[in-house]
Ligand binder design. Structure first.
Ligand SMILES: Cc1cc2nc3c(=O)[nH]c(=O)nc-3n(C[C@H](O)[C@H](O)[C@H](O)COP(=O)(O)O)c2cc1C
Length: 135
């Protein structure tokens, strides 16, 4: 069963720019290996993440993420099953976007979301655009 979890959180203020960059690179690589799709957006003071994948995997990943001290004040926005058939041809790496430099990546991510996660496209599209301040 495919599953989607999405949340927004506040970045730990002691985290340096290079530590954030290291985290983003790690998440992109690790999730692509795990077969987890979605997006991690880093804005000035917040993270926004969408995690999509096999239910148990996504849930256990989120448990780990929740206790990571690089961020706090996590607010979950989506926690739901996904129409798994729509993911049948889903070959995608995980997208990471920092600040406002990632509008191209965001556009490509949303295009794939529309095809592969149509049930949640509207909310995910709204939230990602809002968080990137382009609504
Ligand atoms: C905002 C944020 C998002 C994260 N997202 C992921 C993620 O999508 N996948 C992942 O493997 N780790 C993610 N992590 C890192 C995990 O919290 C954890 O450090 C990492 O999975 C290492 O786990 P391990 O000790 O089992 O190797 C994230 C951390 C933060 C602060």
């Amino acid at each position: 069963m495919r599953y989607t979890i999405s949340y927004v959180s506040t970045i730990n203020s002691s985290l340096s720019k290079s530590e954030v960059k290291m985290l983003m690179d790690f998440v992109k690589d690790r999730n692509s290996i795990l077969g987890v799709t979605g997006i991690l957006i880093h804005t000035e003071g917040n993270f926004f993440q969408v995690l999509e994948g096999e239910q148990e995997l996504v849930k256990s990943l989120f448990k780990k993420i929740k206790i990571d001290d690089r961020h706090h004040s996590i607010i979950k926005m989506l926690d739901t099953t996904t129409d798994s058939t729509s993911f049948s041809q889903y070959h995608s790496s995980f997208t990471v976007v920092s600040e406002r430099d990632g509008q191209n990546e965001l556009r490509q991510f949303l295009k794939k979301e529309k095809e592969n996660n149509p049930g949640h496209f509207k909310s995910i599209s709204y939230l990602t655009k809002k968080i990137m301040n382009i609504l």
